[in-house]
Design a protein around this ligand. Structure first.
Ligand code: ZNH
Length: 141
């Protein structure tokens, strides 16, 4: 579970991330598509070039959802409840893909905000993103 220290680290860095939602979100998706091309199959109509309009728009949606979750650190599952239904029942994204995307989100943050990405913030973000992944995959059966 997230400790009080984790929560303050996340709250401290998140405004620097949410202000670049489309840019960071698009980069994280682009890194995932490059490193794990099989994830492209979920997006049949996407243009996969860097910063394509679809990648930017989708990247922003993903980061905005994380921003929302960052405001409900005591109830991440509740904050992501509808998205959890969407991924499990509608989109049927293989649960293994969530840790792939969250890894690339973490790398993107580290690359862009090196001064803010100290060890404790790294640990807190890692736990936060894992909790998001858990929340989004808990409806699978
Ligand atoms: Zn997802 C969608 C988030 C992961 C796939 N997503 C989505 C959305 C959001 C999200 C917000 C939108 C919704 C609406 O519109 O309503 N995701 C998210 C997050 C995460 C995710 C936060 C983590 C972190 N996803 C994911 C993965 C995958 C996916 C991993 C695969 C690979 N999604 C998806 C799809 C979709 C989505 C396919 C749909 C898109 C369209 O249609 O456009």
């Amino acid at each position: 579970a997230l400790t009080a220290d984790d929560c303050s680290c996340i709250k401290a860095i998140w405004p620097s991330i949410s202000g670049h939602a489309d840019h960071y979100g698009a980069e994280a998706l682009y890194r995932m598509f490059l490193a794990h091309p099989q994830t492209k199959t979920y997006f049949p109509n996407f243009d996969f070039h860097k910063d394509s309009p679809q990648i930017k728009a989708h990247g922003k949606k993903v980061v905005d959802a994380l921003t929302d979750a960052s405001k409900h650190l005591d109830n991440i599952e509740g904050a992501l409840n509808k998205l959890s239904d969407l991924h499990a029942f509608d989109l049927r994204v293989d649960p293994g893909n969530f840790s792939l995307l969250t890894h690339h989100i973490l790398v993107t943050i580290a690359v862009h905000l090196p001064d803010k990405f100290d060890c404790l913030t790294h640990q807190a973000l890692d736990k936060f993103l894992a909790a998001v992944g858990c929340a989004l995959t808990r409806k699978y059966r």
